[in-house]
Design a protein around this ligand. Structure first.
Ligand code: HEM
Length: 221
């Protein structure tokens, strides 16, 4: 690969891109929780907020960094997985390790793949429609992204797809945040409990926060 040769540096890059994506998730959650505001306020507020972000040059630059981080994080994950498979040879070493580690820490690639597939659907249905689709305008002249999202979560299968993907994301984050701290050397045995607890709490808050949105919309619209 052209940009980083060293496996350790690659792990650092995975950790850094992962932490950036985790930070994005907090902002994205707050943005989307506006969908749950009462009545017409939700439509006006959500459309206004989305329009505000889409028009801001700083947000546009950050969005480009975000897309790059998603790509780098994915490419590095594939590279490191293939490399560790090659180094471990047979599955024997993996089996021994399995007894001491949590199932989700051993299946980061699988969980990450679910999140990646989810992102392709998510980009196609929401991101692409918002940027390039022909959305109707609301009474303030903003694209009616609110109606697009509400109508999507009107379908039970679509809500279930989100719930499954978000649970996979939650487990991915549970190990990911902790692992990133360790990789970057920010982890210290004395603080291990705090790091573990905050990683778990973050993953749980993200999971519950994101899951509530499609379920609430399905039940209330
Ligand atoms: C139920 C929850 C969610 C809703 C309602 C939602 C809604 C949206 C909408 C409407 C867009 C297009 C408008 C925009 O670009 O801001 C979008 C973009 C995006 N979403 Fe979500 N989303 C949800 C969950 C997620 C999750 C769990 C992830 C990550 C795993 C995610 C990642 C993204 C990304 C990366 C973008 C592109 C952002 C950008 O271009 O600035 N979303 N989402």
């Amino acid at each position: 690969m052209w940009y980083v040769k060293n496996a350790l540096t690659r792990k650092n890059l995975m950790a850094l891109t992962g932490l950036f994506l985790s930070f994005f998730l907090i902002i994205h959650l707050f943005g989307n929780l506006q969908l749950l505001l009462p009545g017409e306020t939700a439509r006006v507020q959500y459309n206004w907020y989305s329009h505000l972000l889409a028009d801001n040059i700083i947000v546009k630059v950050i969005a480009l960094v975000l897309y790059l981080c998603i790509l780098l994080h994915t490419i590095d994950a594939i590279y490191l997985t293939l490399k560790s498979k090659k180094a471990n040879g047979s599955g024997y070493a993996k089996d021994k390790r399995g007894r001491a580690s949590k199932w989700y820490s051993r299946n980061m690639m699988f969980l990450g793949s679910i999140v990646f597939l989810f992102l392709i659907i998510h980009f196609k249905d929401f991101w692409y429609q918002f940027k390039f689709g022909e959305l109707a305008l609301d009474e303030h002249g903003n694209k009616d992204l609110y109606t697009l999202v509400i109508e999507a979560f009107d379908q039970l299968w679509y809500v279930m797809l989100y719930v499954v993907a978000i649970i996979a994301l939650g487990y991915h984050l549970m190990h990911g945040v902790f692992s990133a701290y360790r990789t970057l050397g920010l982890y210290h045995p004395i603080y291990s409990k705090i790091v573990k607890f905050s990683g778990m709490a973050y993953a749980l808050i993200m999971t519950v926060g994101y899951i509530i949105i499609p379920i609430y919309i399905y039940l209330n619209h």
